[in-house]
Design a protein around this ligand. Structure first.
Ligand code: ASP
Length: 342
């Protein structure tokens, strides 16, 4: 049986062409994209596609687009062996995180890729990324089960867990990295999977999709000089249910009384505050310094080693489930789809 792969084309640089007048890049349709990758035919796969109409620059990505991608996968889940999502790089890590939470009990590959140079350009990275993504989506273990059974980002030389990835470069072909989790595969002459790092399925359960997100969340970055009035104003943003607080180092904040009081007051008003570190590598360990201790004692939840992209999408996802505040807090600090290490 030939592997059956569904490509969901959302847009992004990979399918863009230059606007004749402005010379800036704009999204273009899927036929153009595939015409530029004749080598795909050399893969003996059955490939179908669904495309966004119109395709978008991923800076325009929003919740309804995540729902559209997830629905395309859910509605076709039994008909295909794997899924390749073509997506702009700018918000790829957010979409990867969102899909990993939406697609509960996922047991098939959902490989997201794109490119830094449009597919029509001579030096494009798009052709290689698309072909490798298709090969990974089709890959099988000896027992016939899919090798990858999670949402992953394939870019240039690496396959990363989607909800552990961050876009690191606006220039390099190796644009993504996951600083707190090993690569799922290295791409060189061959594709070498790290089987210990890949998600394992203990028990196959039916796919369970949740499509709702609640966007009443904000993020606040700490920096020396953060103003008390501004901080209090942000925490009191009308309608806000959750705040991702980007702290220093191992999860530290100022030890000043006004700062801790403002946090405590927000929490007593029912706001959920999640602590993640501004460091690209490492985790929140709130018992290490007094500034972290105070935050934990005030009721701030540890986000452990989550990326910002995973933290904010997870918060929107959990509030979207309609569960109570205590349950949101509990689930924030335990993994749903391998997004954090305790
Ligand atoms: N702005 C583009 C996008 O995210 C960048 C890219 O695809 O690399 O759609």
């Amino acid at each position: 049986m030939k592997p059956r792969i569904l490509i969901v084309y959302t847009g992004g640089t990979i399918g863009m062409i230059e606007d004749a007048k402005t010379k800036s890049l704009k999204p273009f349709d899927f036929t153009h994209l595939m015409e530029n990758v004749p080598k795909v035919k050399m893969l003996d796969y059955e490939i179908d596609n669904i495309q966004f109409n119109p395709p978008i620059d991923s800076s325009d990505m929003n919740i309804s687009h995540w729902q559209q991608i997830a629905r395309s996968i859910v509605e076709n889940y039994d008909r295909y062996d794997g899924f390749v999502v073509l997506h702009g790089t700018d918000t790829m890590a957010y979409t990867a995180s969102a899909l990993s939470f939406m697609l509960g009990n996922l047991a098939k590959p959902v490989i997201i890729t794109g490119s830094q140079l449009p597919i029509g350009e001579v030096r494009t990275d798009g052709e290689e990324n698309l072909i490798t993504a298709l090969q990974i989506a089709a890959d099988r273990n000896d027992d016939g089960t899919p090798t990858v059974r999670e949402v992953a980002i394939l870019f240039e030389n690496y396959l990363w867990r989607g909800n552990r990835s961050t876009k690191r470069s606006a220039d390099n072909f190796n644009a993504f990295k996951s600083s707190n989790y090993p690569e799922l595969a290295k791409i060189g002459l061959g594709i070498t999977f790290d089987r210990d790092a890949l998600a394992k399925i203990e028990q196959e359960l039916p796919l369970e999709a949740n499509y709702t997100f609640d966007t009443h969340v904000i993020s606040i970055d700490l920096f020396p000089g953060l103003n008390e009035d501004v901080f209090r104003y942000l925490l009191a943003t009308p309608g806000v249910k959750g705040v991702v607080l980007r702290t220093y180092g191992a999860g530290n904040g100022p030890t000043k009384k006004w700062f801790i009081d403002a946090i405590k007051e927000a929490i007593s008003r029912g706001v959920v505050i999640l602590n993640i570190t501004q460091c690209v590598n490492g985790a929140v360990r709130t018992n290490r310094y007094m500034g972290g201790d105070y935050l934990a004692a005030a009721g701030v939840i540890s986000g452990h080693d989550m990326t910002f992209e995973a933290a904010i999408t997870k918060m929107m996802f959990l509030f979207g489930l309609g569960i109570d505040k205590e349950e949101v807090e509990r689930r924030l600090s335990i993994p749903i789809a391998g997004e954090l290490t305790i």
